[in-house]
Design a protein around this ligand. Structure first.
Ligand code: FNR
Length: 363
């Protein structure tokens, strides 16, 4: 049953991918163009540091799959692409492994193919500490993701209907495993209140997992005979909205959900993410063109990202978060209602004063 569901998720998620052309709320974020802000490309480093973690690049392949023969092959290929490009990677939910230990290799293959990479295990928020440790152990994982997915469970015909235990469970897991715990949504977003609570529970990093890309309300609705939950298609906060909402949240943020191209990566970093994840889009490229196509896509994204940073004068991902950014449309309304000062973000770089200093020092 679980194995079948995992295969359904892959098929329905891939059908949803519109490549770089689909629109989402990242389109309501733009950089103020400063024509003299540029840096020199050799000065630009993609290295990112957060919560005691250091990654060579601020891009990762986010959680997807495992648990069936077919998804084991996908995990193998994703892990090879991660190894070849140096990007961190997460496994899909390991519940299938807890229910059927014979599926272990559909996950463990990721570590075998990528022995030195940064690998994240993934569990749900009902997992007990022993199983959380088993998941980390099976992958020799460098971090543990816990996914939050109340809306997905609600639409899923066979989904959970009990969510109240999630808060104490997350606290137990965070205290009980010896790797950093990252809590993520699966595409409906984390509010600033949720991120603040996660910090209090001992969670080290929050992946906002916002709306705008793969939509698990639609995926689960597609698995229902009557497809009667179509009205939930727009539920949740976009990834850009979540990042703006949680600027002062206290724990480092990762961004995922609807990241379509390198500009969305740059926008996410500018809105405060320490790194940016993509799932469904990468999966479609892998299934259409195999490992070489995914390696090529990730390499191109990293090259373009460094190029955009050079033009913006951001030498590190953290410096991108000091660039002037404009917020438009519905996202601006969201910021107004949540008390987020968009004027400050539009004028924060102090670009002219920095230029003045540089001019004086080289005179
Ligand atoms: C996912 N996602 C996911 N997340 C998670 O934490 N555990 C999981 O098992 C899965 N399974 C899964 C399967 C498939 C086929 C896809 C495409 C995605 C959610 C994923 O990590 C991410 O949060 C969302 O897909 C949004 O990102 P994209 O796809 O818009 O880049």
């Amino acid at each position: 049953m679980i194995a079948e569901r995992k295969d359904d998720h892959v098929r329905l998620a891939v059908e949803q991918q519109h490549g770089q052309g689909g629109r989402n709320q990242f389109d309501e974020v733009s950089f103020v163009h400063h024509a003299l802000a540029g840096a020199d490309r050799p000065e630009v480093s993609l290295r990112t540091r957060f919560a005691g973690i250091e990654w060579p690049v601020p891009l990762y392949i986010n959680a997807m799959t495992g648990g069936s023969a077919k998804t084991g092959v996908i995990n193998r290929d994703l892990a090879i692409a991660a190894r070849e490009t140096g990007v961190p990677i997460a496994s899909g939910s390991m519940s299938a492994y807890f229910k059927d230990p014979s599926s272990a290799d559909t996950f463990a293959v990721m570590r075998r193919e990528n022995p030195d990479g940064f690998l994240m295990a993934n569990v749900n928020a009902t997992t007990n500490v022993d199983n959380a440790r088993r998941a980390v152990g099976l992958l020799a994982a460098d971090a543990l993701q816990i996914h939050l997915n109340t809306v997905q469970e609600t639409v899923m015909p066979e989904g959970d209907r009990s969510f109240a235990s999630w808060v104490p469970r997350i606290e137990e897991i965070a205290a009980g495993v010896d790797v950093p715990v990252i809590v993520k949504e699966v595409g409906f977003g984390l509010s600033r209140e949720t991120v603040a609570l996660l910090g209090k529970l001992g969670v080290r990093v929050a992946d906002v997992g916002g709306r705008g890309g793969t939509n698990f309300a639609r995926i689960e609705n597609g698995r229902r005979a009557g497809a009667d939950y179509a009205y939930l298609d727009d539920w949740g906060q976009s990834t850009a909205a979540c990042l703006l909402d949680s600027q002062e949240s206290g724990i480092p943020l990762l961004a995922s959900g609807g990241v379509r191209h390198p500009l969305d990566v740059a926008r996410s970093l500018a809105l405060g993410a320490a790194a940016v994840g993509a799932s469904g889009g990468f999966l479609k490229i892998l299934l259409d063109g195999g490992v070489p196509a995914l390696v090529e896509r990730i390499t191109t994204w990293l090259d373009h990202l460094a190029g955009l940073m050079t033009a913006l004068g951001a030498r590190t991902p953290a410096e991108l978060a000091r660039c002037d950014v404009l917020v438009h449309g519905g996202l601006r309304d969201f910021c107004a209602d949540r008390g987020i000062d968009t004027r400050r973000i539009a004028q924060r770089s102090g670009f002219l004063s920095t230029t003045d200093r540089t001019t004086r020092s080289t005179r």
